[in-house]
Design a protein around this ligand. Structure first.
Ligand code: B12
Ligand code: SF4
Length: 555
């Protein structure tokens, strides 16, 4: 709680969300361009921090992924607050330098600073962990004249029911494909490579129903309509709390004319609970990301991901499709006990389960995980695992294997290449999409519930189809065939199918760049050059660089 003095103090705060590295599966660059957005997701952490500040303090937000940070912005503030995740580290550090050079104190927080505070020692203030319990202390220190300090929340104990409604009003909704809200933090599982359980714990803490409905009310009142992503680490981590909340969400959607389509992230055991699946469908959840990681049971057991074993992954995904929810999935290569046949198994799993959008990446030992600690004990962790080099660490698709692997590195790259070559060829992607279009049992009809979003969707769909057919004639046949197949067999799934189709605008070219980089990586190993672990595509190769469509920088 803020004291009376804190509540009446004045300060101009500039919140700056650092730029993500460009080479990422997640930026859906071309898709954003076509539908008129600048970046997929909005900075929920920073707008939550903004809501924790005294009401008398003024706040401005600059998201460097959608706008330029100017010197005037910095000069017109008393303090700058910034922070984000590992791929934002280089820009976050550049922001610290730039603002300090203009005489402004910088406060750093967020997941990367929490996992690797040593990387951010240049900042004036470090606010580590979840901000809710420590912001009042920070504000008190600032008001008493402190211009540096370190504040750290006790791990896993933050009462999320005290978290305020994020300052959605600071966002320019048009800049984003979707906005996020968060119902719970933490996940009950224990995957060895996961940093979420180190940051947020294994006992999921959920917000109250009135609290989350107030967040949706706020979004609605601000005029936002469309996709809302529940950014929970595992939406079904606390099933009991979720089942108590969902009936209220369903009712809220009905009362408001279903203004939102929800997406989220959940463990694959979601498929085991028919009641929950039905409730999610009724609340208008249309997409869920699941971490499948590997088709190989032994690999999953060694990675402590037992929840994905003892089941048919294909049947589980099919079950989720049966609730009208399309699945996107994560896969990882490079686990210790992985075998050579892993590529074939992965391709079969992706094809059989018909998952068009798969984030297939390389194992990355993130700071602050059991995996990282084990590799360090075994002397296998590369130095600088907590450092993101400018434009190198994009995500697990473009970086990875930052440790001594048990399988020869070349074999892992060959497998990675085989998987990407197979699953992202247009023929394969659209075939899976047609299959999903048939399997999805969407509720309701094809007719829109209100005019404005329907017109927006129709405009976006028209631009999209133009861009994927007239502008890219080699895709045209696949696009028309997929649309016709869905329209004839399962028109209720058309909206989902068009959304997934839109993602190929980014995923097609992006996967090609990654494949070019892997080929160069393999060639480099074959030439006996030193091993590297960052795949950095170069957009336009010069004619003299025959065969070198990508350079591989030393990480
Ligand atoms: C949603 C999400 C995504 C989304 C969207 C991210 C976005 N732009 O918003 C997507 C799917 C794109 C994504 C991708 C990735 N993600 Co992610 N993501 C998340 C997730 C699940 C939720 C983020 C969120 O909105 N949380 C809700 C807000 C309220 O929490 P918060 O941001 O932590 O903020 C709180 C505090 O940290 C603090 N705080 C935050 N910022 C600041 C700033 C200041 C000044 C202060 C004082 C405090 C403060 O206050 C807030 C309130 O307590 C988190 C895990 C998590 N539970 O947070 C991972 C997480 C942030 N992601 C992570 C990673 C590693 C990635 C990837 C690199 C993974 C990959 N597969 O390759 C990619 C990279 C993306 C890219 N290059 O574009 C790690 C980051 C670890 C690190 N050391 O930085 C996390 C922690 C866990 C994980 N492994 O997924 N991610
Ligand atoms: S299921 Fe996901 S969030 Fe939970 S521990 Fe495993 S990787 Fe982390």
């Amino acid at each position: 709680m803020l004291s009376k003095d804190q509540a009446s103090s004045q300060c101009r705060v500039l919140l700056v969300y650092p730029r993500f590295a460009a080479a990422s599966f997640w930026n859906f660059k071309k898709t954003c361009e076509v539908v008129g957005a600048k970046y997929p997701s909005a900075p929920l952490g920073l707008i939550t921090v903004a809501a924790l500040l005294p009401k008398t303090w003024s706040t401005r937000l600059i998201d460097c992924n959608t706008a330029q940070l100017t010197d005037d912005d910095i000069d017109n503030s008393d303090m700058v607050m910034t922070g984000g995740m590992l791929p934002q580290q280089p820009d976050a550090l550049a922001i610290v330098k730039r603002c300090q050079a203009r005489g402004k104190p910088v406060v750093i927080g967020g997941p990367d600073a929490t996992s690797s505070p040593q990387q951010y020692s240049a900042a004036d203030f470090l606010v580590l962990g979840e901000a809710e319990p420590v912001m009042a202390d920070f504000v008190a220190a600032w008001n008493s004249g402190a211009r540096s300090g370190r504040f750290e929340a006790e791990k896993f104990t933050t009462d999320v029911t005290t978290s305020p409604v994020p300052r959605f009003d600071l966002l320019n909704f048009r800049d984003y494909l979707y906005v996020g809200v968060q119902f719970s933090r933490g996940c009950p599982f224990n995957c060895e490579f996961c940093d979420i359980i180190e940051l947020f714990g294994r006992v999921p803490r959920a917000k109250t129903t009135p609290q989350i409905l107030a967040e949706l009310d706020r979004l609605y009142a601000l005029g936002y309509r469309g996709q809302v992503d529940f950014v929970d680490d595992n939406m079904i981590g606390n099933k009991k709390a979720l089942k108590l909340f969902l009936p209220h969400l369903i009712a809220w959607q009905k009362i408001h004319g279903t203004p939102f389509e929800f997406s989220t992230e959940a463990s694959v055991n979601l498929a085991d609970d028919d009641t929950l699946l039905g409730m999610l469908r009724d609340a208008n959840f249309f997409c869920v990301f699941v971490g499948i990681e590997s088709p190989d049971t032994e690999t999953l057991i060694a990675a402590q991901k037992k929840q994905n074993t003892r089941r048919s992954l294909t049947a589980s995904i099919d079950k989720i499709y049966g609730a009208g929810i399309f699945v996107t999935a994560g896969f990882i290569l490079g686990f210790d006990n992985e075998r050579n046949r892993v590529a074939q198994g992965m391709i079969e799993c992706i094809e059989d389960a018909a998952i068009p959008v798969c984030m297939v990446g390389l194992l990355y030992a993130l700071p602050n995980t059991q995996l990282t600690r084990r590799l360090e004990r075994e002397g296998r962790l590369h130095a600088g695992n907590d450092v993101a080099v400018e434009d190198e660490y994009g995500d697990q698709c473009t970086s990875g294997l930052n440790f001594e692997t048990t399988r020869p590195r070349r074999e892992i790259y060959v497998d990675y290449l085989a998987v990407l070559d197979n699953i992202y060829a247009p023929r394969a992607y659209f075939r899976r999409l047609r299959e999903v279009g048939r399997r999805l049992k969407c509720k309701g009809g094809v007719l829109p519930t209100s005019l404005a979003p329907a017109l927006r969707d129709a405009w976006r769909a028209t631009r999209l189809i133009w861009s994927m057919t007239v502008m890219r004639p080699t895709w045209a046949l696949h696009v028309w065939w997929t649309l016709a197949d869905c329209a004839l067999r399962n028109p209720g799934a058309l909206k989902s199918v068009v959304s997934v189709m839109a993602l190929y605008l980014h995923l097609g070219p992006f996967s090609r760049e990654v494949r070019d980089s892997i080929r160069s990586q393999i060639a480099r190993i074959d030439r006996g050059e030193e091993e590297v672990f960052a795949l950095v595509p170069v957009p336009v190769p010069k004619p003299a660089q025959v065969g070198a469509q990508a350079i591989l920088k030393r990480a």
